[in-house]
Design a protein around this ligand. Sequence first.
Ligand code: ZN
Length: 134
Amino acid sequence: MDKIEHIGIAVKDLEKSNQLFASLFGAPHYKIEEVESEGVKTSFFKTGPNKIELLEATKPDSPIAKFIEKKGEGIHHIAFAVDDIVSEIARLKEEGFIVLNETPKKGADNKLVAFLHPKSTNGVLIELCQEITK
Ligand code: ZN
């Protein structure tokens, strides 16, 4: 596993939060992307070398909607960059972690992603992401 690729924050109102985080960072988001299969709309900010992803639910049964219902707005996941997501999934399964996506799926920002169940990681939802290169 490599560096933290980004931190994901669940928000109720993406437009409002885009303004809030733009004030916080002193720079606006640089892109918005909807991942329809996940029922989320995301926006991305850069602060120095760091990336922050805001996530808003686009439908009531979206994982983000359920998260906010249960825990309220806040940090949703930490994403780590990996070079080879398929072998990393295999390694983590071997180690006993609960992998939610045995086959990586297409996430936002041109990434292949897979999540680890927070039950197996001290309550922290972990995202693995590999840049899609062509
Ligand atoms: Zn993410």
